[in-house]
Design a protein around this ligand. Sequence first.
Ligand code: ZN
Length: 333
Amino acid sequence: MNPPLAIGIDLGGTNIKAAVVDRDGNILHRHEQPTAAARGPGPVLDDLADIVRRLSSSPPQGVSPGDSKHLPLPPGEGRGEGTIDRVIGIGLATPGPLDLREGRIVLTANLPGWKDVPIRNALREKTGLPVTLENDANAAAFGEYRAGAGRGDDHLVMLTLGTGVGAGVILNGRILHGHFDNAAELGHMIVVVDGLPCPCGQRGCLEQYASANAIVRRVADLNRDRYGAVPRSAEDVAKAAADGDSICERVWDEACLYLAIACVNIQHVYNPSKIVLGGGLSNAGAQLLDRVNAHFRKHTWSLHADAPEIVLAQLGPDAGVIGAAMLAMPLIA
Ligand SMILES: [Zn+2]
């Protein structure tokens, strides 16, 4: 019998990403489309069920239409020995906070108007497949753990550095959820007392200093009295810093310092063997990693050599779908 497959879905505020994934974390077929978030949960759920149908009807492994974003197959085509018989479940990654016991989205800033949505049962009813619901940052961490930079590291923390700072913690090979299902909100770890306000209601959160948005905003603030082009993205800031722009260099270094401080705190709380840095900021590669590591070495304790290895993520924007699918697949055979 052919080994099982699962469908991973990463439901974001802007796009829905979905893929058929094998048990080694390889993507066999993929699909991506905009999220019709403004239409509310009902139509989006219909879209998700439709995507599951399309992906389940994908041709058998080996005749995938490459990296096609859309698979407009006539009903029935590719069935038989193909994907549909092998898909054993759906892993659904969504923004939180979630109620994992009930399988509900409690509320999410990225999907306005979504409150108390019983998404797990709704998708199960529409597709007839078991659905595993997970927070998107946790799913990305699980993806890197099972198929990316953290393969083989049973104690791992991932920070996703994008518009905000998402995080997932793997302990003993399992995602840490905590009593309220909101463990590992490391982007809201306070790194500056009475620091910058955060939409979460706290002040001085890590994501106000080390996210892509924070870096761009900080450069814009410092640039107010200067003439010349203001960087529009964290990538621009990284490039300008590498070219010797003093303000960009300073802001980049500060962001890396705060990340390093977060890594020291993570080291002491979770004692992982690896901290994986992902998200858009990690595209800066060595420019990010070397600087974070340098600050980390300066600030970590000298009492014991238990420092985690800080590395770059390997799965890029696919980490969420791969992780979600892996969560829907048992570790057997
Ligand atoms: Zn916050």
